[in-house]
Write a protein that binds this ligand. Structure first.
Ligand SMILES: *Cc1c(COP(=O)(O)O)cnc(C)c1O
Length: 390
C-alpha cells in the first residue's frame, strides 16, 4: 500500500490534528489534489514550468576532486542550479499551479528565513495570482534581503508580532487567514509538514528530484548508488530525493539534521534528539522539553531552524529505512568550505551539513557510490558565513 493512508498516516505518524474550522479547507484541498494529479493538462503545464522556467532537469554531476579526496564516488544532484536557487521552487510551482486550477485568486504562505516566501512569490507572480506572505517580525529583521526580494516580486509581506515572532506564529497566522478566506485563497505550505494532505502534496511535487536522479545514475553507471545523503529541515528535499528509491532496499538513505551548537546546546535535530508528539497539525518527532512543551530550535542554516520534521521521515526512522545523523554549525561551515574549495560550488548552509557528513561516511564507506542532494546555492548565506569564518 502506498503511504500515506486515507487518513494521512505514515505508520503511526502524520494525520490531521486540527480545529474543526480547518477541516473544510483541508478536505477541499485533498479532493482538488486527487483530481488534478490525474489531469493531463495539469501535468503537462507543470512539466513545462519546471523545465522551461525553473531549469529542470538539473544535472547529476560527478565530483572528481571531492571523490579523490574522500575516497568515495560522489555525485551531486544540482538543485542549487534551479531558478531562485533552491529546490523550494519545485513545490511552489506545483502548488501555485494547483491554486490556479482550483480557481483561487490569492495565495498565502508562511515563511521563516524567507526562502519559501521568495519561491512562493516567484511562482504566484509568474501565474498572475496575488500573494501575501506571513513572516515573524523577528525573522523580518534577520532576513531583510528576502523581505526585499518578496516585495520586488510584488508580494505583500505581513509582519507577525505575536509570541516569539518567528516561523511557528507565522504558520498559525496563515492557517487563521485561510479559515476566514478559503473561498478565494490557497495556502501554499513550504515543506512536508503540517496536517494531511500537505506532507503528501509537497512530497509528490519534490519527488521530481529523486525520479531524475534515479534515471541519471542508471545512465551514468548502470547501477544504483550505495547511499543517498540529504539535509533535513522540514524534510522536503530529502523525502523528494529518497522516495523514488524507497523500494530499492540496497540504497541506504542518510538524512542529516542540524546539531546547532552541538553537545547538548540548542539544535534543530528533531529526529536525532526529539520525541514523538503533536505539533502544527500532525504527529511526528519534535524537539520538546520534559513536560512536552516545544523547544526553541537553533541552526546556523536558516532553512533548518525548525523544531519539527515531516511525518514520513519519522516513519522512515521508525522502520529504519533511513538513518538520521546530526552535524553541528561548525561542521557545516567546514562542509561549506570543502565544497567551495574542491569543486568551485558554494553550497547553501543547509546542504553544507550533508556535505560535511560525507567526511564521516568516507571513514566506513571507502569506494562506495554516494549521491548528495545539493538543495540550494550559498549566495543567500554569505553574510552569515562572513561573521563566523573571520
Ligand atoms: C528550506 C531549505 C532546506 C530545508 O527544507 P527541507 O524541507 O528540509 O528541504 C534545505 N535546503 C535549502 C537550500 C533550503 O532553502
Amino acid at each position: 500500500m502506498s503511504l500515506p493512508d486515507k487518513k494521512g498516516y505514515f505508520g503511526s505518524f502524520g494525520g490531521k490534528f486540527i480545529p474543526e474550522t480547518l477541516s473544510f479547507c483541508l478536505k477541499e484541498l485533498e479532493d482538488a489534489y486527487r483530481n488534478i494529479k490525474k489531469d493531463k493538462k495539469f501535468k503537462k503545464e507543470l512539466k513545462t514550468l519546471l523545465d522551461e522556467y525553473a531549469g529542470r532537469p538539473t544535472p547529476l554531476y560527478y565530483a572528481h576532486s571531492l571523490s579523490d579526496y574522500l575516497g568515495l564516488k560522489v555525485y551531486i544532484k544540482r538543485e542549487d542550479l534551479l531558478h531562485s536557487g533552491a529546490h523550494k521552487i519545485n513545490n511552489a510551482l506545483g502548488q501555485a499551479l494547483l491554486a490556479k486550477f482550483m480557481g483561487k485568486k490569492r495565495i498565502i504562505a508562511e515563511t521563516g528565513a524567507g526562502q519559501h516566501g521568495v519561491a512562493t512569490a516567484t511562482a504566484a507572480t509568474l501565474l498572475g495570482i496575488d500573494c501575501e506572505v506571513y513572516m515573524g517580525q523577528e525573522d523580518m529583521e534577520r532576513q531583510k534581503a528576502n523581505v526585499f526580494r518578496m516585495r520586488i516580486l510584488g508580494a505583500k509581506v505581513i509582519p507577525v508580532t505575536i509570541g516569539t515572532k518567528t516561523l511557528k506564529e507565522a504558520c498559525s497566522q496563515a492557517f487563521r487567514d485561510w479559515v476566514t478566506n478559503v473561498s478565494d485563497t490557497y495556502y501554499l505550505l513550504g515543506s512536508v509538514v503540517g496536517p494531511h494532505p500537505y506532507p503528501k502534496i509537497v512530497r509528490d511535487f519534490q519527488t521530481v528530484i529523486g525520479k531524475e536522479t534515479r534515471k541519471q545514475i542508471l545512465a551514468a553507471r548502470g547501477k544504483l548508488p550505495d547511499y543517498l545523503v540529504a539535509c533535513v529541515g522540514g524534510g522536503s528535499n530529502a523525502i523528494g530525493f529518497f522516495h523514488p528509491f524507497y523500494k530499492d532496499k540496497k540504497v541506504k538513505f542518510i538524512g542529516v539534521e542540524a546539531a546547532g551548537f552541538g553537545q547538548g546546546g540548542l539544535s534543530a535535530a528533531s529526529l536525532v534528539k526529539g520525541k514523538p508528539g503533536v505539533f502544527q497539525g500532525s504527529k511526528s518527532y519534535i524537539l520538546q522539553g520534559k513536560d512536552g512543551q516545544v523547544k526553541n530550535a537553533h541552526s546556523i542554516a536558516p532553512g533548518l531552524d525548525y523544531p519539527g520534521v515531516g511525518p514520513e521521515h519519522s516513519f522512515y526512522k521508525s522502520i529504519q529505512r533511513a538513518d538520521y545523523q546530526a552535524v553541528s554549525d561548525k561542521q557545516a561551515l567546514a562542509g561549506f568550505n570543502l565544497l567551495s574549495r574542491f569543486e568551485g560550488i558554494i553550497p547553501a548552509l543547509e546542504p553544507a551539513h550533508a556535505v560535511y557528513y560525507l567526511k564521516k561516511l568516507a571513514k566506513f564507506g571507502k569506494g562506495k557510490t554516494v549521491i548528495l542532494c545539493l538543495s540550494g546555492r550559498g549566495d543567500k548565506d554569505l553574510d552569515i558565513v562572513r561573521k563566523y569564518n573571520l
